[in-house]
Design a protein around this ligand. Sequence first.
Ligand code: PEP
Ligand code: MG
Length: 746
Amino acid sequence: MAERTDSDSRKLLRRLRDSLALPGQGQDRLNRITHLIADSMGSEVCSIYLFRDAETLELYASEGLKPESVHKTRLKLGEGLVGRVARAGKPLNTSDAPSQPGFRYMPETGEEAYSSFLGVPIQRVGEKLGVLVVQSKNARIYSEDEIDALEVVAMVLAEMAELGAFNGEGDTLANTHRHPVMFRGGTGQEGAAEGHVWLHEPRVVVTNPVADDPLTEIERIREAVGRLRVSVDDLLSAASLDKEQKQVLEAYRMFAHSRGWLKRMEEDISLGLSAEAAVQKEQSAARARMEQVPDAYLRDRLHDLDDLANRLLRILTGQGKDTGAEMPTDPVLVARNIGPAELLDYGRKLKGIVLEEGSVGSHAAIVARALAIPLVIHAERITAEALNGDPILVDGDQGIVHLRPEENVARAFRDKIAMQAQAQERYASLRNLPAQSKCGQVTALHMNAGLMADLPSLAHSGAEGVGLFRTELQFLIRNQMPKRGELARLYARVLDAAKGKAVTFRTLDIGSDKVLPYMKPQDEPNPAMGWRAIRVGLDKPGVLRMQLQALIRAHAGRDMAVMFPFIAEGSEFAIARESLERELERESGLGHPIPTGVKIGAMLETPALAFAPDRFFRGVDFISIGGNDLKQFFFAADRENERVRRRYDTLSVSFLTFIGKIVARCEATDTALSFCGEDAGRPVEALCFAAMGIRTLSMRPASIGPVKALLRRVDLTEVRAVIDEAMRTSDTVRPAVMSWLADHPD
Ligand code: PEP
Ligand code: MG
């Protein structure tokens, strides 16, 4: 019986392939397909429903239902039996459709005459494209083999769509990759860019979903799985793995060796699929399950399976990272996620970056920020939608991406880019002027950096120096702990490139979201409040000491400024300071040249530090407010959580009052104070900080121009008066400051 159905299924697939090979428009092909399937499966009805948009299914072709309902009948995702199949991503098989929960009577189709219903999703590697349905009058349950056969057909339809088999007039399946699509994500790095898609992991294109000779295909899949297993075993035997990494890889290996996986693929092949198509069918099923599994551990395992399927496809098709496609001259990188080292490999040639995952504080975001490349994160499903070479617009300010945009959208976008370029030109003319406000007060504007590649921005932006050099990037992008000599050379090169301008180095801030690939990950419930930054430095002094030695050596004969991150109480700073002083003594004892002058500071990133005893304030050479962390702890709002990170206003009376207190304590103890969080680069926020008495701000290089332009056109004492008045009457000073600015144009 099974044998008979297998060959039936193969026959159906061959007829399908032959039919697709005939000339014709997209709609003709769909009509032929529904006819052919209904005929082969002995059903009166066969219908193809496709997604018009993410939420709506439309009847695109039907054999058996009333022709006038084609392109008229529509269903929402989850609505009716067809909508249910689409939502669940799995087949629905019933002999009595009208009695099923959710059945929706659609009089225009005439389907009430049909009792049995079998619907299977049309999906490509988890991407939902539509639903394929067969119906018949007699009340019967379709057999397992029939379900398998229909699933295989649906799979082939999805593959053929990818290859453009349904291109033609009107809306057809292939339009999934033709329509303009907008993605609403989050901001990773501001800025706007226009370019063409470059997929980090290009989709493997299967050109032969149907195969004539199952035996050859089974041989191919066995051979490929064999090679896959060897490569995974090799991974596992790498000497450098620690116990946990080994455990993770063991699970991965288990899947690679799973008999069930291979068996399922062999069954798919026996139904008529090629080896590649069989892999993709199982991958689609795994992705559909992945969406529905709430358990994070199980989801990770399904993710493993997904990853293995990708590797297997690359082995089978010979399509590796290098698919032969040529990178466009204006590439916008599209990826699920990407590591910092890979991103650095692409470097500045990227015009923009769009990620499905990622977070504001992720390594990729840090690198994108350092390279000033507009980045949008959380652009869900973009890797499924985008094809290499598609035109794309990235709006990093709004967190919006337009894929294959309409011409009018592209035009408006270009206007925006041109306006930004004009503004940058205007700012360039201020490059060598001080940020002196009308009251005479000068605010020092510095830039934040983290890579050698940032240093040229010192000259371009007109920054006075580097107010924050984040040193963790050099640790994050390596596979092993950098050596002292290597770091010393790098820091010296940074200083050389700064050409005498001051650079304030921040010691390593790892932990939280920044996990070194070669350090054992800590499973902490709240990593941002966990074992991070100076806490790691004090508990594991070896790394901190090595870094301090490298910094001292790099500064031989030059002034040095170092600050410690995430200090929560004075004693932590005191210990860190002592350890730096000890290293200085040691170096000089060894006869090495030491820095000429040394300034040692603390980052104020926890509210607690603002209330430290005076002793602490007198014991630091300077304080830099790390506003990103300070704000998240002040408002108890995770800086990486899109839902809450913009919820509270930096210019709220409570936060500004707090800033005012810090300023007052620094003034009373004669302690230099700066602000180096992202808010320092937002002109209105920067203006308010300056009016509150912060004399040094450190920001992204691109923000120096806009901040300077605003500071130069105002009188800070007037702004302060506006703030003081608003503080008495409102919850936030923002509206008052904005309306004052509107009344006081250039
Ligand atoms: C901050 O917290 O404001 C800061 C500058 O440090 P980071 O963003 O690197 O945590
Ligand atoms: Mg911080």
